[in-house]
Design a protein around this ligand. Structure first.
Ligand SMILES: [Zn+2]
Length: 71
């Protein structure tokens, strides 16, 4: 009976550790892809590193940033 309990605990630990490892690898690959942001002017989705940023707002190009600021 004691062996059975040890096996169950071992299996549970294996599943928990496996899930933690899987979560870490998926979040890492998402970081590599970069965060997607939306252009405030035309709703186009672009990578955060490629977007033109103005405060908390993102734009796909300098022209859209300027036309939104003129409003
Ligand atoms: Zn745009």
């Amino acid at each position: 009976m004691r062996i059975l309990v040890l096996i169950v605990i071992g299996l549970l630990l294996y599943i928990i550790v496996g899930n933690l490892f899987r979560k870490r690898t998926t979040s890492k690959s998402q970081d590599e892809l970069g965060k997607m942001v939306r252009c405030l002017h035309c709703d186009l989705h672009i990578l955060e590193q490629e977007a033109v940023r103005s405060g908390d707002d993102y734009f796909c190009s300098q022209e859209h940033l300027e036309s939104e600021q003129k409003k």
